[in-house]
Design a protein around this ligand. Structure first.
Ligand code: IPE
Ligand code: IPE
Ligand code: MG
Length: 232
């Protein structure tokens, strides 16, 4: 069905509003959202998707109240303590994009341990975008590109494919579909280069209530879209 989609990207939005609607703290939404990562990752792996990239923390999310940022930094530890073994058993490989060095040491360690533990797995890549911003990624790529140009490592004739090899997603296939939950219709600085020809899907459900069934339904519906890539 959706096996034709190799790379699916997800903007997991709406945790805070979902929690508030039930008179809970925003952090409750983030906890529930992190449980849902397990559900959706397992479903995506079963569908034969090669890479699932999840927007977990943006370069702009540092603007949030310190308590909320701190809570979000703790989530990887809780998530992997609960689910790493199961992800291992499902042959899922953990990776990240974004600048992890801005995170507390403990958070970095937990992420690096999960990456290391799953590095020989051959199933789906579950990629967390953490302290990730599309503009920042393109800027870093451009700087390295310019340096390599200066040193004669690449030529002035370098094309888009060569530029892409400087992006954090260099090892991944192009993004086929990007789904954003919670009804907002914007990219919020996610994968700006990579989404150039992706199918965009905006769903009203908040991330914690976005079920594997809905995920599959959305992918099936999107598979019916005709992708023309500028042709006819
Ligand atoms: C998405 O949910 C999670 C992160 C951005 C970390 P939000 O926290 O943005 O929830 P809303 O959009 O405020 O409801
Ligand atoms: C985008 O959601 C970032 C993540 C899902 C990690 P935000 O909630 O931060 O986006 P805005 O602020 O509504 O654009
Ligand atoms: Mg939001």
């Amino acid at each position: 069905m959706s096996a034709q989609f190799k790379h699916v990207a997800l903007i997991m939005d709406g945790n805070g509003r979902w929690a508030k609607k039930q008179n809970q703290e925003r952090t409750f939404g983030h906890s529930s959202g992190s449980e849902n990562v397990r559900e959706i990752a397992i479903a995506a792996n079963e569908l034969g998707i090669e890479v699932l990239t999840l927007y977990a923390f943006s370069t702009e999310n540092w603007k949030r109240p310190m308590d909320e940022v701190k809570f979000l930094m703790k989530l990887p530890e809780i998530f992997f303590a609960k689910f790493l073994q199961e992800l291992m058993e499902k042959n899922i490989r953990i990776q990240t994009i974004g600048e992890l060095d801005a995170f507390p040491n403990d958070t970095q360690k937990v992420l690096l341990r999960a990456i290391e533990a799953t590095k020989h797995n051959t199933g789906m890549i579950l990629c967390f975008a953490m302290n990730y911003g599309g503009k920042r990624e393109i800027l870093l790529a451009a700087k390295q590109f310019a340096e390599d140009l200066n040193h004669g490592k690449i030529s002035m004739l370098a094309d888009e494919e060569i530029f892409e090899s400087y992006l954090m997603t260099k090892d991944y296939p192009p993004v086929d579909v990007c789904i954003r939950t919670s009804g907002e219709q914007r990219l919020s600085n996610f994968l700006l280069w990579q989404l150039a020809y992706a199918e965009l899907v905006f769903v009203p459900e908040a991330w914690p209530e976005f079920t594997p069934e809905r995920f599959k339904e959305v992918l099936t519906q999107t598979a019916d879209r005709e992708r023309r890539f500028g042709g006819i």
